[in-house]
Design a protein around this ligand. Sequence first.
Ligand SMILES: [Fe+2]
Length: 287
Amino acid sequence: MANKMSGSLNHAMIDGPKGREAQEYANRFGQPGFQDITRAYIDQNYAGYTEENQETWRTLYDRQMAYLADHASNVYLSGARSIKLVRDHIPYLEGPKSVNTFLMPLTGWQSKAVPGYLPAKAFFACLARREFPTTIVIRPKESIDYLPEPDIFHDIFGHVPLHADPTFADFLQTYGKAALTTDDPVHTERLARLFWFTVEFGLIREGGKLKLYGSGLISSPGESKHALTAPGVDRRPFDLETVCSTSFEIDHYQPILYVLDSFEQLRDAMDTYANRILSGNARRAVA
Ligand SMILES: [Fe+2]
């Protein structure tokens, strides 16, 4: 997917031989001899960011954090403080001031740099290990308002603060284990919908108010406001069966969103569903 943006993203950071090797490994992950997902990881190569890249991060951070202070879930805001997400520079993934250094003692989650799009099983294998595959390039200045694929602003600013919360952290790992385990296309489709309507585009009710937590909303100046205020949006109470039966479209603002009561509700629903998937696998193995 990253190749579609060739010439606009800062590809010097990921296009070396190590990046290509890691991507080829990820593409073949699961085949005989390709079982070690850590070989899909690369270094962040921090020196590769240009001053324009850093300016893009600061612009996005300032614009979005001002809005999120009143409109994001407290769990997100507290996570952002815990991992010491700052406006001054693109986050470090490794080293004493890195998000990983602050995350590790909280939940054991880590962000791992990857060269581009990971196939589904490779992505799930990372989550099952409490490792989040992280895009390291940042959107070009001319695409600051919209990028159709993840970049480091979406992946770190949007996703990672929630990984500091023990309840969400457990949910996401259980999700990864279940999705990695099943080969049933019905479950695979249902799990993709669950990810979409929670991790990417979820809302939560806190203190009687609707708040944002899905990364696709958190990292999008336009869609975050739309999700909370647009009159045409159908904001439904979260119910796992309903979510898993709702199809989604990717190329416009979401007309349907699901609202959690708490992250415990999400974790518990996922635990129940994961047990169902795992016991179904066990039954097939015995039959
Ligand atoms: Fe995402």
